[in-house]
Design a protein around this ligand. Sequence first.
Ligand code: PRX
Length: 631
Amino acid sequence: MNFQISSLKEYQETYKKSIENPSEFWDEVASHFYWREKWEKTFEYDWSIPETKWFIGGKLNITENCLDRHLETRGDQTAIIWEPNNPKDTVIHVTYKQLHSKVCQFANVLKNNGVVKGDRVCIYMPMVLELSIAVLACARIGAVHSVVFAGFSSTALAARINDAECKILLTADGGFRGDKITPLKDIADEALKTCPSIQKSIVYQRTKQNVFWNNKIDVWWHDELRKVDDNCPAEVMDSEDMLFILYTSGSTGKPKGMVHTCGGYMVYATYSFQNVFQYKQGDVYWCTADIGWITGHSYIVYGPLASGATTVMFEGVPSYPDFGRFWEVCEKHKVNQFYTAPTAIRALAKHPTELVNKYDLSSLKVLGTVGEPINEEAWHWYDDNVGKNKCPIVDTWWQTETGGMMISSLAGVTNDKPTFATLPLPGIQPVLLDNNGEEITKQKAEGILAIKHPWPSLARTIYGNHERYKNVYFSAYPNHYFPGDGALRDENGNYRITGRVDDVVIVSGHNLGTAPIENAINEHEKVVESAVVGFPHDIKGNALCAYVITYDNVDESTDLINEIKQIVSDFIGPIAKPDKIIFVSGLPKTRSGKIMRRILRKIASNDVTNLGDISTLLNPNVVEEIINSFK
Ligand code: PRX
């Protein structure tokens, strides 16, 4: 496959061509993949419906591109290096041939348990090798995977299972994370009490802890494997058939099940992987994300494997057994491309540089970041200490919805610039809009980021709720995709993402809607109403502050604070627990009853000098009171 851009000039020419003649451009890119039947038309879209289709009429199976296609050329090359949580445990190297066999075998397990094309399979697993196998096994038989991050609570898991009406759950007894064990089966058991669609739960044994067993639905992964062989022809999928659902937070209560389809997603995840990271055959690439997030889907599993790469999958956390763990793994596997989140960089930068310097990082060629804006200080720490000032840093802006990286430098090919995601990838047309939705044509400007032409891996809908898809992404600015971020552009056309412009807060790289957290807090019997906002935090990027109104005569005690934090943890997961809980008697509201979060954000950030015009509020006095209660 050769669609790697190798010079700035080539990038400029390719970009121009991709905009002037997108059909020709994407036809060429897609021709590098293995299709059972070629597409009839490159793309079609109407953003007023909204509907987008790519490689129309094309037939394929993504696993034939990730696995079968490599068997002859690199069957004995390592596809995945699995690094355990505990460095003393055994590393696993799986070749393409072995991975193919394992995926086919587990695909047969799924079939044996009644899964057919189009069925939804929920995967709630730790970062074991079998998680990658499970994802690919679903794709092999045309089942739709919905991976739920193993840090989510039983309530959050149940909501996701029920929304997609999953037929099967794949889980594990428990998961290792640093020195802790997550009791995944217990959490799943609790969730399944309210999930009538689940017929079977296939349980992988990882921690070997005791688990409750429900003979009606639970089966052991290893028992099921014994019943099948590894011969499983790939299901032929239409380009626009669903490949997976992945939930992301929105500004209103329910999570959004973003739907990605087979053809366009495959092409774009792979194209962007190879160009941004400039992956060369034989390189070892490591993305530290969890497969529970889009980064893991696109850049641990699908993009690297479709490229025939060697991809590292890490079960652990950056802090265990100590804060040198990432660098130890880089040294051990001679990692060439390393991709992580700014929050991890900031956390590691707090520790002595000796923890980095003691490892040989000379194999590193490219560093990457994703998930939130990276601040100048963290960028330089990464550049100086990890990259030793010789590795380009790709700051990749994208989203669950976009399926692949949208704005990023191409490592060593286009220039990087601290804190800037820089330039759009070929085929991506970002624009800045003003508050009236008019395109800002001036080069150096700040505004609302929008995309004005479709690209192959755009999520096609929100599962079961196309109306919401239309409202969230295509209504505010007609004829544009609206990602919910603000950005500025420098005189050379480089973009810097300035943060969310909606009610989503990125905490430690996790995308959290404030509405579901408020809903959880409001479930507490002593709470009348709440408002949750983000405020800047040294390591996490943002932390959460909850303003809470309680009923009269309630004791606003530390116990109550802890109960509120617990309820958030129970409903969503520990990642969503607010750092600050402030009891207030009222919330600043507009006359139409909308909470003025802008004001609450400023107060939580200790920035009360310029609150703007508050005279139009229904209850301006409450602002002063909140400021005082904060002191
Ligand atoms: O606000 C942007 C931020 O993360 C959001 C998407 O979150 P999620 O769907 O969870 O996907 C994260 C991994 C792709 C975006 O709307 N974001 C992501 N990457 C960057 C970023 N903000 C600034 N710079 C980035 N490189």
